[in-house]
Ligand binder design. Sequence first.
Ligand code: NAD
Length: 286
Amino acid sequence: KGKRAFIAGIADDNGYGWAIAKSLAAAGAEILVGTWVPALNIFETSLRRGKFDESRVLPDGSLMEIAKVYALDAVYDSPEDVPEDVKTNKRYAGASNWTVQEVAATVKQDYGTIDILVHSLANGPEVTKPLLETSRKGYLAALSASSYSYVSLLKHFIPIMNPGGSSISLTYIASEKIIPGYGGGMSSAKAALESDTRVLSFEAGRQHKIRVNTISAGPLRSRAAKAIGFIDTMIDYSLANSPLQKELLADEVGNAAAFLASPLASAITGTVIYVDNGLHAMGVGV
Ligand code: NAD
């Protein structure tokens, strides 16, 4: 029987979420997508107009089908949490049922169950500021959007995940080593995400037989990464210093995610898997 995946955090065809969707689709999974509310219109319009058709091509020549796109803002768990200024914001006006709890309920209504949950989203409003210059508000916003959003997604989706299912998030080496420029509490948010991966693997494993892993990915020129501002430097650094001196393709992260979601990884849970051409293993630049 084919598996069904919900991938949170796709708004174009450049990021890791898109590549993961493709690898899962190539392996036969049905694809559901959660797209950030303010980015929903442009994503759906581009999809409908064929703007992504070239990037939808799978290895067998067919096009990836997205069964349904759900509006999502993973910073809010239920309607009571949404402040008035967001409710009335015109970027949110056209969409409905986009809090985490409502999205899970709608997916349940539409499809009953899922097998694979992917969290491929992050946001840190003060990411360009050093930690010492980060405000409390900015720090907590980074944790809310990038770490708790995962706890919340898993919490609300677990009841509709089939036993044996798999959950995956995306992290970055800045959680454990100093990466100047990855500020605003984003390094802290990734450290929390990795620690939570271990604790959640225990809770979700014991209670629901769900595996929980995170992929520590190397640098990719995604929309989010371009907003940080140092992505080209990081890509050059990686190319110069990694054990494997090649460009890191989003598809390589997608394929690792498909492996982690598959029965081939049936004993792997609670882990950080590095998909970074080996850069994490280096001690000094060369
Ligand atoms: P991306 O821009 O493709 O993905 C980030 C997505 O998060 C966007 O679609 C954005 O709309 C969405 N988003 C932001 N706030 C949201 C919210 N409140 N609710 C729902 N969606 C929200 O960029 P990406 O680089 O592919 O990022 C995906 C994941 O990969 C992130 O966790 C990121 O930290 C991680 N990662 C990226 C790199 C890199 O170099 N690009 C490296 C390691 C890890």
